[in-house]
Design a protein around this ligand. Structure first.
Ligand SMILES: [Zn+2]
Length: 168
């Protein structure tokens, strides 16, 4: 869908904000079925010193009551994220009753969990209710990859934090 691209661009903007705040560059947007933006989220792990403060969880928290209203009214919310959700965020997506998930970049070597958990078939019935779209736009995927390569040189990246305390 045409609008998917627009919301993924907004997720990328959030990812860039996160990077500027010296934390992992991931952004997320939740949208209702009429294309209204319900909430925005971004990674806040380092600013908040909270390992669970991922972009998708941030967006779900910021959506507040809307999540429950959507469940009651059987409304279908979509979550757009710049990176494939990790296992924790995949759990959050299931609990938040999100019905469509779109991400810009797969995370096979990192903490990507959506596809792995889906593949186990453990929550088959839950996943069956969710449409997922991976890597729909090559150029936007490239932008997320660029943000992630910038993250490698960030002082808060774990390898750089280690270098700072342990002399080579
Ligand atoms: Zn996550």
């Amino acid at each position: 869908m045409k609008k998917d691209r627009y919301f993924l661009e907004l997720a990328l903007e959030e990812a860039e904000k996160a990077l500027n705040e010296n934390t992992y560059p991931v952004g997320a947007i939740i949208v209702d079925e009429n294309q209204n933006i319900i909430s925005r989220g971004r990674n806040r792990v380092h600013p908040e010193q909270d390992s669970t403060a991922h972009a998708e969880i941030d967006a779900i928290r910021n959506a507040g009551q809307s999540i429950f209203n959507a469940k009651v009214n059987r409304e279908k919310f979509t979550l757009y994220t710049s990176l494939e959700p990790c296992p924790m965020c995949t759990g959050g997506i299931l609990f938040a009753n999100i019905k469509k998930v779109v991400w810009l970049l797969n995370d096979d070597v990192g903490f990507g969990g959506y596809k792995k958990i889906n593949d186990t078939k453990i929550y088959e019935r839950k996943f069956h209710e969710i449409e997922s779209i991976e890597e729909p736009y090559g150029d936007l995927k490239q932008k997320q990859m660029e943000l992630m390569s910038k993250w490698l040189t960030n002082p808060n990246h774990v390898t750089n934090l280690r270098k700072a305390i342990i002399p080579e």
